[in-house]
Ligand binder design. Structure first.
Ligand code: HEC
Length: 200
């Protein structure tokens, strides 16, 4: 607990205490009103201070610990973490229908698309523009654009992209076609954003 978190309730209590002292000992009406206001102020800041503050820490960086990756399932596990953190996929995509989804639902995508096609969807998103058919009437453009996952600001490495694909396959109930060796290759380790930038 930080010093500030302790200081605020303490100050609130002091403020409330002085309000109570005023009410107990001073008869002048105006001062009594001030005392009452002071008690309320103290009370409100006490309540405010007792509400736990959500820590706003930056997302933990996923480290790619090669020694711990033994099976494609391990890859899918890392891919899942990246999906919900560094990859920011869950900001836009849902897995399974969601009311407020701004982007395609990725449920079953690993069964629908090949590994190569998913890779291309992530790194060359401008190649395929999908429209939203999940409502009545004419299909509409999605309100968001699929970012280049291998470039800034998300800038996943090839290794990370392959793990995300492994996760998408696994959660679609498909056999994972990414092999552990694929991810160990030197060209997979390179940051895809460097290559992506050179290609353009
Ligand atoms: C800013 C929002 C946004 C983020 C972040 C995002 N996407 Fe997308 N994605 C979209 C939109 C919009 C589309 C569909 C329209 C298009 O292709 O432009 C799409 C399309 C896709 C498709 C093709 C879907 C299909 O049905 O063919 C895949 C696969 C995909 N995204 C995966 C991912 C993954 C994996 C991540 C994280 C590494 C990610 N997306 C991050 C917005 C986003």
């Amino acid at each position: 607990m930080s010093e500030f978190e302790l200081l605020l309730p303490l100050l609130s209590l002091i403020v409330m205490g002085s309000g109570i002292v005023i009410l107990l000992f001073i008869k002048a009406m105006f001062v009594r009103v001030v005392g009452f206001v002071v008690i309320m102020l103290g009370l409100f800041s006490l309540i405010g201070a007792s509400i736990p503050q959500a820590p706003s820490l930056p997302p933990a960086v996923e480290t790619f610990d090669m020694a711990r990756i033994q099976t494609p399932d391990d890859l899918a596990f890392i891919g899942q973490k990246i999906f919900f953190s560094k990859g920011q996929c869950a900001l836009c995509h849902s897995i399974g229908p969601r009311e407020a989804a701004r982007c395609p639902d990725l449920k079953g995508i690993g069964a629908k698309l090949t590994r190569e096609f998913i890779y291309e969807s992530l790194t060359q998103p401008q190649a395929y523009i999908y429209k939203d058919f999940r409502h009545e009437g004419l299909p509409q453009e999605y309100p968001a654009r699929m970012p280049h996952i291998n470039k800034n600001p998300i800038a996943l490495t090839n290794q990370e992209i392959l793990s995300v694909i492994a996760f998408l396959q696994k959660m679609s109930g498909e056999p994972i076609s990414i092999k552990v060796e694929d991810v160990m290759k030197p060209e997979a380790i390179e940051v895809a954003s460097i290559r992506g930038a050179a290609e353009n």
